[in-house]
Write a protein that binds this ligand. Structure first.
Ligand SMILES: Cc1cc2nc3c(=O)[nH]c(=O)nc-3n(C[C@H](O)[C@H](O)[C@H](O)COP(=O)(O)OP(=O)(O)OC[C@H]3O[C@@H](n4cnc5c(N)ncnc54)[C@H](O)[C@@H]3O)c2cc1C
Length: 414
């Protein structure tokens, strides 16, 4: 296989590079380079405002959501052009964090299930960053066992009335719209009684409570619903088909997280060439070179696996269970690399102040963020189950509630 640019691709790359050079927020470059993983907390400005400004510029010039159809705010670009753009956008791509859920997961679901007028109304402002979306799936008692969720939606005339609670909703406090998975029929087996909707987050009956995290940020929220009314035309897919709709979101979620997820390897390689403990750069040590070689091979594998998925997407195929591999491998690699870098730093590894530590705190930030990457979008254990059952064809996990009407599944309370 030849990975060099074709003449057309080279032209596209040159055009993208020139535009980025002329328009990128260069004043943020140094800070973004040092940022670990997740939404970078900018010292020099409000990250949401900066992210929106960059996204708007891209959209106006036709560089937002490149692979989407033009009528929905994209450019109709090929998967390889999308990869070239990502390579050229480099660190400025870190400003896309706040849009990942909307653009990477919700938009493909809207494209597959929303009515055409809704697609034309909601997708362009999602692409331009004007309207942020959040995904309301997890509940206190339903994370890995998502189909066990209890938030109810009941039909009332042309509306549905939603009551219940979601948790770990990333970016809900910045979101204009939400996509929610609800239980509409508790008398059938748990996967069969679910329905998906989207709604305006400013509607009466929606209360967002940010969760304060150990790193001081509030990346996610609790969201409470009290008699939220959602019109039936904002249902995605048929009533009772919400599980099938959610699989479109979840497959794209794993693809988005896995493909876009830094592993920390390029940062580690650069740093190992520079960091000197007194006996020369650490890259000269055999044990460091051996680790670097292992991670170089692994991250190349990740890159080409992601490319394979993109090329499947370009042929109109839905991302399949094999996408779970990218997220599973990238998540644990990020954590291993961050831990290894901190061990090499010795006592400096405990410092988080970027003015004092050689590593400029990026590995510290990576280490703090990395456990979350192994949970969000499906935990490592759940991804292994999916790979075992749906890729390798191994026997399924025992499921005691299989086929039992949801309201008859024994609970601790019942
Ligand atoms: C950073 C971050 C952002 C998130 N953003 C969102 C969001 O925007 N919207 C949203 O809806 N949710 C979001 N989530 C929630 C996320 O989807 C859930 O945390 C995740 O699915 C795990 O669910 P849980 O936390 O309830 O853990 P549980 O399901 O209670 O799992 C606890 C432990 O048990 C293990 N386990 C559970 N079942 C099995 C099994 N069958 N076999 C083997 N092991 C098992 C798990 O692997 C885990 O180690 C986010 C989470 C994180 C960390």
């Amino acid at each position: 296989m030849n990975f060099d640019d074709t003449p057309d691709e080279a032209r596209f790359r040159a055009e993208a590079r020139a535009w980025i050079q002329a328009h990128a927020p260069h004043h943020l470059k140094a800070e973004l380079e040092l940022a670990g993983f997740g939404q970078p907390p900018l010292r020099s400005g409000d990250v949401i405002a900066e992210s929106r400004a960059w996204q708007k510029k891209k959209a106006e010039a036709g560089w937002a959501c490149l692979h989407w159809p033009v009528e929905y705010g994209g450019r109709g670009a090929s998967p390889i052009e999308r990869v070239i753009w990502q390579q050229e956008e480099g660190v400025y791509g870190k400003l896309a964090g706040v849009f990942i859920i909307g653009q990477g997961m919700i938009a493909p679901t809207l494209m597959a299930y929303a009515a055409e007028p809704h697609k034309r109304r909601y997708l362009p402002p999602l692409a331009s960053g004007e309207e942020i979306w959040c995904q309301l799936f997890s509940e206190p008692g339903a994370g890995s066992d998502l189909a066990g969720l209890r938030t109810r939606a009941e039909r009332d005339g042309d509306d549905w009335v939603i009551n219940g609670q979601k948790i770990w909703t990333s970016g809900a406090q910045h979101s204009r719209f939400g996509m929610i998975l609800t239980r509409t029929d508790p008398t059938v087996a748990k996967h069969d009684g679910l329905t998906m909707f989207f709604f305006d987050m400013a509607s009466p009956g929606v209360e967002v409570r940010p969760i304060k995290q150990v790193n001081g940020q509030s990346g996610f929220n609790e969201v409470y619903f009290t008699n939220l009314r959602v019109p039936d035309h904002q249902r995605l897919g048929a009533a009772g088909q919400g599980w099938r709709v959610s699989l479109t979101t979840l497959m794209n979620e794993r693809l988005s997280i896995g493909a876009g997820m830094p592993t920390g390897f390029p940062e580690l390689l650069d740093w190992a060439c520079e960091f000197d403990t007194g006996d020369g750069p650490v890259i000269d040590r055999p044990e460091v070179r051996s680790k670097l070689a292992t991670w170089a091979v692994r991250t190349s594998g990740l890159k080409y696996t992601a490319w394979r998925s993109m090329s499947a997407l370009s042929k109109g195929q839905t991302p399949g269970p094999e996408n779970s591999i990218g997220k599973l491998v990238a998540g644990s690699t990020l954590q291993e690399i961050a831990q290894f870098a901190l061990d090499l730093q010795g006592p400096a590894g405990v410092l988080q102040d970027e003015s004092q530590t050689e590593a400029s705190s990026r590995f510290q930030a990576m280490l703090l963020r990395s456990p979350a990457t192994r949970i969000e979008g499906g935990t490592d254990e759940i991804l292994r189950n999916i790979i075992a059952e749906r890729v390798l064809g191994l026997p399924a996990d025992l499921r005691a509630d299989r086929g039992i009407p949801f309201n008859q599944v024994p609970t601790r309370a019942g």
